[in-house]
Design a binder for this molecule. Structure first.
Ligand SMILES: Cc1cc2nc3c(=O)[nH]c(=O)nc-3n(C[C@H](O)[C@H](O)[C@H](O)COP(=O)(O)OP(=O)(O)OC[C@H]3O[C@@H](n4cnc5c(N)ncnc54)[C@H](O)[C@@H]3O)c2cc1C
Length: 413
């Protein structure tokens, strides 16, 4: 058994975990991020970098380098509800410093953050390190147990941050209570080749029985097919050809290419969950990101909220962690800071789920919802969803001072 002790141990190397690691290390806190996968490369699970995250990257002085990586910029999001076509969010109208969503593979983004963080001597990242349990002492979480290719590892920490996603093991082992909010749908994700003659816009299209999402990724469409919750087995039972015909009907522009979907393995099921923890913390433990609140895919804001949690956590905790005086009140402050934006966002997502999505999934579409008619009629209103999607509620800014010189960081031993 290997043993290490750190100020802060972060379980999970997703957007919340890696950003927390970077910010704490930048502020001089000794931090270890544990990620169970061997690399960041995995199935599509959201490739959006929102204007608020672009601002944070600017605050870190890393935006220019980030945007040198291959990405696509979406300045508008279009919708179609039956015959009504329009723009649901127009980032150019929203007075944002960076008026677009950058679509970049999540592994590129995480890799970029991890490489930047590794310039700080107080940052460590262990890949292929799976957290298997928590160490509890006198009612306090004192660390985690981990399996690694080199054998078991015990990590002791002043604070464990659970950023291990919506199936968080750390949260489960710590006995924190999850409140389910419910979702009427699941999403099937798949890619279809994109040709230069195809439309440009990233769009959501309501057709009877489904919502179809198509994200322009330059040489392919990242497609999302929203289905009634739990209906994937019956869709599969009806044959792949029937599924391809449904896709051709929802997205006729690619009807000549739906044959590319020649194996169910190319179609990934996202079981949608919307939930949140009643309490995000216990002595020695704080949950953030999806581990604290799984978001609905409505608006595609899960990554944004995870990153914002990371910023708030490091703003509130970095100094106390560095001085070894973190209290339960500090952890409560993080929840207090982020709970309102999370609740507002979930409330809005649930409204859209119940008003527009449940209707589309339930059969004939009927009249487009009032909000879509208003957006179509009054273009100025399109700045509001753009700000909600782009910045979220109460966007965070980095308040911690860098402990290391930013331009010439010390070389790691
Ligand atoms: C198919 C799909 C599409 C999505 N599309 C979008 C989108 O377009 N826009 C958007 O904003 N959001 C999207 N989301 C949601 C978004 O991915 C999440 O909200 C966001 O990634 C949450 O970040 P996180 O860091 O909290 O958790 P995660 O991204 O889930 O990261 C958790 C990390 O912890 C690791 N981990 C888990 N258990 C352990 C363990 N025991 N030990 C060590 N490591 C562990 C995991 O491997 C993972 O790397 C999508 C999700 C899915 C699944």
């Amino acid at each position: 058994m290997q043993r290490v002790a750190v100020r802060c141990c972060v379980a999970g190397g997703g957007p919340a975990g890696v950003m927390t690691g970077l910010l704490l290390a930048r502020a001089g806190v000794d931090v270890l991020v544990l990620e169970k996968h061997a690399d960041f490369f995995r199935d599509f699970r959201g490739d959006t970098i929102h204007p608020s995250t672009l601002e944070l990257m600017h605050e870190l002085g890393s935006l220019d380098d980030l945007l040198k990586l291959p990405h696509q910029e979406a300045h508008r999001m279009a919708f179609q509800f039956g015959d009504l076509k329009g723009v649901v969010a127009d980032f150019d109208r929203a007075k944002l410093r960076y008026p677009f969503i950058a679509f970049m593979p999540q592994w590129d983004f995480l890799d970029f953050l991890a490489r930047r963080a590794s310039r700080y001597p107080t940052f460590s990242l262990k890949m292929s390190a799976e957290v298997t349990g928590v160490i509890e002492e006198n009612g306090r979480i004192a660390g985690v147990t981990v399996t690694t290719p080199r054998g078991p590892l015990e990590v002791r920490a002043d604070l464990v941050i659970a950023a291990d996603g919506r199936t968080s093991l750390v949260r489960e082992k710590s006995g924190l209570q999850v409140e389910e909010r419910g979702a009427p749908m699941d999403v099937l994700w798949f890619g279809i080749e994109r040709r230069p003659s195809d439309p440009d816009e990233t769009m959501g299209r309501f057709v009877p029985g489904c919502l179809f999402i198509a994200i322009n990724r330059r040489d392919y469409w990242q497609c999302g097919y929203v289905i009634p919750k739990g209906s994937f087995d019956s869709i599969r039972a009806r044959s792949l050809d029937a599924f391809r015909q449904t896709i051709a009907g929802a997205f006729p522009e690619v009807a000549d290419r739906v044959g590319q979907l020649d194996d169910w393995k190319k179609i990934k099921l996202l079981t949608v969950q919307v939930n949140r923890l009643k309490r995000w913390y216990r002595p020695g433990l704080l949950c953030i990101g999806d581990a604290a609140h799984a978001m609905s895919p409505v608006g595609g804001v899960g990554i944004n909220l995870a990153v914002q949690d990371a910023v708030a956590a490091s703003n509130i905790l970095a100094e106390a962690l560095a001085e070894r005086r973190t209290t339960i009140d500090d952890l409560a402050k993080v929840q207090k800071r982020r709970e309102f934006p999370m609740r507002m966002t979930q409330a809005f997502q649930i409204l859209v789920q119940n008003r527009a999505l449940a209707r589309a999934l339930g059969g004939p579409l009927g009249k487009p919802p009032l909000v879509m008619r208003l957006l179509e009629r009054y273009p100025a209103l399109r700045s509001l969803p753009a700000r909600w999607i782009g910045l979220g509620v109460r966007p965070e800014h980095i308040q911690t001072a860098p402990r290391w010189p930013e331009k010439e960081p010390p070389v790691q031993a």
